[in-house]
Design a protein around this ligand. Structure first.
Ligand SMILES: C[S@@+](CC[C@H](N)C(=O)[O-])C[C@H]1O[C@@H](n2cnc3c(N)ncnc32)[C@H](O)[C@@H]1O
Length: 263
């Protein structure tokens, strides 16, 4: 069987995964949607069964899990040092793509570090917005290089659903500090907001080495932040609301960057 990519696994295309460094294959016991326990989307849609229900358990490999993820590893354990013994013993219900099942967090971060994209994401944190966690989760999904928090160091982690543990996060007291860091790293700072004077994001070529800066939920990008950005780009809207929430805007902007630089 050919190896499959993590992306394929994440899309739920694969039914079996090869365990890195072994001849072992893992049944893909997830649906294409992988969520941690407690996530609202955990529920199996009515009228369907989890994919593994009714299948006989494998003699060696992951035991089926009644919910998301995989149960304890059955049979002899694989020897790859990336595996976490506690996860092999107890099962792995984390919100990770199937190719990372049973991997320790350090091993996952190291693997991500080897293939992160050059995009950086920054957000102003003046109001303890719930959306910051959501931005971090999306940043993790796009494997961005780093997330930058501007302003208060304490930020609302709830929406991150623990994805912040896999993400490098850098703190800057002010937008000017962020700009100084970006200049030193040769990274273009692009503001994302629909403020007067903003240019359309649509059709715009985004720099490959760029940091996208998002504003607070209430005030939007601060004047200080706008002043240090090379440009400010707006996502077109067609309805009555003044703005998207910052988490939704960040997801659209990251996707726009990915369309240009990851495909
Ligand atoms: C809820 S908005 C608040 C500010 C917004 N300018 C307003 O007037 O309502 C919070 C953040 O989401 C992002 N955002 C929301 N809608 C956007 C859009 N249409 N285009 C670009 N960014 C947007 C920006 O980063 C903004 O700072």
């Amino acid at each position: 069987m050919a190896d499959i990519s993590l992306e394929d696994a994440a899309m739920g295309k694969a039914r079996q995964l090869r365990v890195p460094g072994t001849a072992t294959t893992i049944r893909d016991v997830s649906s294409s949607r992988v969520h941690p326990p407690g996530d609202r989307d955990d529920a199996v849609p009515q009228g369907t069964l989890p994919p593994t229900q009714g299948s006989p358990p494998a003699s060696s490999g992951p035991a089926p899990s009644p919910g998301v993820g995989v149960g304890p590893w059955l049979g002899p354990w694989p020897q790859d040092p990336r595996y976490d013994p506690a996860l092999l013993a107890n099962g792995d219900q984390r919100n990770v793509v199937e190719g990372y099942r049973y991997w320790s967090m350090d091993a996952i971060v190291a693997d991500l570090d080897a293939r992160r994209c050059p995009l950086h994401v920054a957000v102003e944190n003046w109001e303890h917005d719930f959306n910051i966690g959501s931005i971090v989760r999306t940043a993790n999904a796009f494997a961005v290089a780093e997330v930058h928090i501007v302003g208060r160091r304490r930020w609302n982690r709830r929406g991150a659903m623990v994805t912040d543990r896999y993400q490098h996060i850098r703190y800057h007291p002010t937008a000017r500090d962020l700009a100084a860091w970006a200049a030193g790293a040769g990274i273009v700072l692009v503001g994302i907001d629909n403020v007067p004077g903003a240019k359309p994001l649509e059709g715009r070529t985004l720099p490959e080495r760029c940091a996208m800066l998002f504003g607070s939920e209430g005030a939007g990008l601060s004047p200080d932040a706008i002043a240090v950005c090379e440009s400010v780009l707006a996502i077109a809207q067609y309805g009555s609301t003044r703005s998207l929430n910052a988490g939704a805007a960040a997801a659209i902007a990251m996707w726009a960057w990915a369309l240009q630089h990851r495909h």
